[in-house]
Design a protein around this ligand. Structure first.
Ligand code: SF4
Length: 413
């Protein structure tokens, strides 16, 4: 492809130098105190550092920092090294991960730890290229983060925060999820990264996106790189200047400018950038779920949970017996199919009329808008589950909460 138009790039070495300096000085002053940063800064062993960074990066994918901190601390306490994690069972990993969402992340982290121990003699790959090539679940971003923060490789990173900051700094208004834009942003991140402090620089750029250059109301007045920001300049000027190499690209059909059909909207200011193609709507599903309960031998209530298949959504997690429903099924019919399902499962003569409707619970997964239609049923006798079906067990409420169950099931209970 032809080279991109210069106004969207960083080409002046003096400007790049100043941006690095300002950003790093701000980071040194203002960075948040986070457990993985403390570990990465104080751990003398590079491989242990890499493990600490790796765990945090996987947990932070799709999850807020505030939620991750507690999970991260418990994880590192339980498995402080890669070797310890390699010896854990998937059940233990799922139990600790319960509630964090996107469960395949924990599973793949543990598989990768096993691979490092069994196939790579316990040695972490040390470059972004090798990390991405050799470790399952480690993509380009995570590889760049581990290599730069733990091993000092001068390689950039591009995540959602970096996309936002770079698109604003250089008025990139084409679809920021398109391969053409993403490739360009990686080039830019690799060019900008500070050669002597690559890990800090990458963290600073992400921190800026997380705390200052935020999606809705960025704090441009406090921004350490505001003098390099073309979106801000454009906003202050109120219109593009006649000089095309400053705010407006001026190149016809530019692959990085906003599409001609959606030009700059002055009411949005810097939040004109980045732009994304409209997201696909999550698909709607309905699932009938039944909380089966009984009095255990000590008199406490117990609930029946069954294990999900080992692949697919919520793989290997435990749930109340559930059954996906056809859309628009009448309530009476729902009860019948659920009762049939429970009869097969428990061998117990479950009558549709005996199921008590409790209510509905809505849970949004990334691509599914799930409605759980919740029923309950009390059993007085013993139930022998069909061993050829999924594994199952009775748990007290306390045991339920420490089991590998999803947030959706906790809402159901
Ligand atoms: Fe973001 Fe504003 Fe800083 Fe530009 S000046 S990088 S828009 S916070």
């Amino acid at each position: 492809p032809p080279p991109p138009p210069a106004p969207h790039l960083f080409s002046d070495p003096a400007e790049i130098g100043a941006l690095r300096e300002n950003l790093l000085a701000w980071y040194d002053r203002c960075k948040r105190d986070l457990p993985w940063r403390t570990l990465a800064a104080t751990e003398p062993d590079a491989d242990r550092r890499a493990y600490a960074v790796w765990v945090s990066e996987i947990m932070l994918q799709q999850t807020q920092v505030a939620t991750v901190i507690d999970y991260y601390n418990r994880w590192m306490q339980k498995w402080p090294t890669l070797q310890a994690l390699a010896q854990a069972s998937l059940e233990e990993v799922n139990e600790l991960w319960a509630g964090l969402g996107y469960y395949s992340r924990g599973k793949r982290l543990q598989e990768a730890a096993k691979k490092v121990v069994s196939e790579l003699a316990g040695q972490m790959p040390r470059t972004a290229e090798d990390l991405q090539k050799l470790l399952p679940g480690v993509g380009r971003y995570t590889a760049g983060a581990i290599a730069s923060i733990s091993y000092g490789q001068a390689t950039g990173v591009v995540d959602g925060n970096v996309i936002r900051v770079l698109c604003r700094l250089r008025c990139i208004g084409a679809d920021s999820s398109s391969p053409a834009v993403i490739d360009r942003l990686w080039d830019m991140a690799n060019r900008l990264v500070d050669r002597s402090r690559p890990g800090d620089f990458n963290q600073a750029l992400m921190e800026l996106g997380a705390t200052v250059c935020v999606p809705k109301a960025p704090l441009c007045g406090e921004c350490p790189v505001k003098q390099h920001c073309r979106a801000r300049r454009r906003k202050l000027l109120g219109k593009p200047t006649p000089v095309p190499d400053v705010e407006d690209c001026g190149v016809e059909g530019c692959p990085l400018c906003p599409p001609a059909t959606e030009p700059w909207d002055s009411s949005l200011g810097v939040t004109n950038f980045p732009r994304k193609a409209a997201k696909k709507q999550p698909r709607a599903e309905r699932t009938a779920t039944c909380v089966l309960e009984r009095r255990g031998c000590h008199g406490a209530l117990e609930y029946l949970i069954v294990q999900r298949p080992s692949s697919g959504l919520l793989a290997g997690l435990w749930e109340f017996p559930s059954l996906q429903l056809a859309q628009d099924l009448q309530e009476e019919k729902q009860r019948e199919v659920l009762a049939d399902h429970l009869r097969v499962w428990t061998g117990w003569p479950v009558a549709a009329g005996g199921l008590q409707f409790i209510g509905e619970v809505i849970h949004i997964f990334s691509h599914i808008h799930q409605t759980y239609v919740v029923y309950s049923l009390h059993l007085d006798g013993d139930v022998t589950m069909d061993p050829t079906l999924s594994p199952s067990r009775w748990v007290t409420e306390e045991e339920f909460h420490t089991s590998a169950v999803s947030t959706a099931m906790k809402k159901v209970l």
